[in-house]
Design a protein around this ligand. Structure first.
Ligand code: SF4
Length: 410
């Protein structure tokens, strides 16, 4: 979950009467407290998320009788599936056995969120989509702003607009979608008024990798800003990509279980269809801005299938297939380089790194580079300058041109 996704999800929970809040931005105390239950070497995101929960527990206003922790879970070759049971164990050890851990699972594509009532599941989805869209606008605007901080301010104002809609109780399904589209249209108008000079000379760097580390600015030391500091524009893989993947994965499992024609398959298709329809409406105000950088339309056709010969998605699981497939997709859209952000020692980054060399050589030698992060170090600032030079070199000879919105100056 990104910080925006956590805030929009909390807003949806508030709309059904749950006093929900996103954990505050991580800080050094996060790591100190997280280290009490994890070294971080086994899984850095676990240390950060546990540290943030422990900050809540250690807070002056912590009330165990009125607190539950929301920690989704997943299947696959990833320690994330152990966070919720481990959190349960830690809470028990600390004497908080009555504090619930609410944990919807990827096994049914997080359908458990719907049990919280109303249109919760659908609105959480809409919140994630709006968060992704607003962040994408931020990353498309900030590198070109001529007034420092203007894009970040509009980003915050935009997040507040959609949160107001998401937390309001009582809207019908259709009314909430209309209100979100209105809020996003206002957000788009605000971004467009950010003083900026849009040019076509900046290298476009795709950012893939482990979902938490690539999206959590604390964990990756604000890698996107480092790309921007070295003169680039970042195209960051979003959160919803993961949801499309779990939807595909759910249907794939049903197919393999011989349930190609079954009520479960019909329900999975319907859910996917409704989510697509909502996304389509929410994206509409940004049609002119996302020219040349639209996200994959079909996760199987655009991401998983092209990566199949390197990492087949029916054998390898999780972010590694998304990262490799997205690298190929980014190449096809005219990106000038791809970086993979992963926690130190995480198998996703390690497996992807093993195949990036082949992908790069099959994709006109586009530069692809892994950057690993943990609590103590990262190799990013040291190597980013070199990587950006490679990206500039590739940009001069690349055969796939990038498309730009009409308001970019040629
Ligand atoms: S992908 Fe790696 S770092 Fe991320 S949660 Fe799983 S094991 Fe941990």
């Amino acid at each position: 979950m990104t910080s925006v996704g956590a805030r929009t999800t909390a807003a949806v929970f508030r709309s059904v009467g749950i006093d929900a809040r996103a954990t505050p931005p991580s800080d050094d105390r996060t790591l100190d407290l997280g280290a009490l239950f994890s070294s971080g070497e086994e899984c850095y995101p676990q240390k950060v998320t546990f540290g943030d929960f422990l900050r809540i527990i250690r807070g002056d206003d912590f009330d165990p009788d009125r607190t539950a922790f929301f920690m989704p879970t997943a299947e696959g070759p990833c320690r994330f599936g152990q966070y919720a049971p481990y959190l349960r164990q830690v809470l028990d050890e600390l004497g908080y056995s009555a504090v619930p851990v609410i944990s919807p699972t990827s096994q049914n594509s997080y359908a458990g969120i719907g049990q919280l009532g109303g249109d919760t599941f659908r609105n959480v989805w809409r919140g994630l989509v709006t968060g992704d869209i607003i962040r994408k606008m931020l990353l498309k605007t900030r590198p070109y702003e001529t007034q420092d901080g203007a894009a970040d301010k509009v980003f915050e104002d935009s997040v507040r607009l959609v949160i107001e809609v998401l937390e309001t109780p009582g809207f019908s399904t259709g009314r909430r979608l209309d209100e979100l589209v209105n809020a996003l249209t206002k957000a788009r108008d605000m971004f467009i008024t950010v003083p900026a000079h849009y040019t076509t000379d900046k290298p476009l760097i795709g950012v893939v990798g482990e979902i938490y580390c690539r999206l959590n600015t604390f964990s990756n030391r604000d890698a996107v800003r480092q790309i921007e500091a070295y003169g680039g524009e970042a195209w960051l893989s979003d959160v919803t990509e993961w949801v499309w993947y779990t939807n595909w994965s759910q249907r794939d499992k049903l197919r393999r279980a011989g349930k190609r024609i079954s009520p479960a398959m019909l329900a999975a298709f319907l859910k996917n269809h409704i989510q697509k329809r909502d996304e389509h409406r929410l994206l509409a105000p940004f049609a002119k801005d996302f020219v040349g950088c639209t996200e994959p339309h079909d996760i199987y056709r655009d991401v998983l299938e092209p990566a199949w010969e390197y990492l087949p998605a029916d054998g390898a699981l999780g972010e590694m297939v998304l990262s490799t497939g997205k690298a190929i997709y980014l190449h096809s859209k005219g990106a000038d380089g791809v970086i993979d952000i992963s926690p130190f020692a995480c198998m996703n980054g390690i497996v992807s790194e093993a195949v990036y060399h082949r992908i790069s050589s099959d994709c006109n030698d586009i530069p692809i580079r892994n950057f690993y992060f943990d609590a103590s170090s990262s190799n990013m600032s040291r190597d980013m300058e070199i990587f950006m030079e490679l990206a500039r070199g590739y940009r001069r000879r690349k055969p796939v041109a990038r498309q730009y919105p009409t308001y970019y100056e040629k």
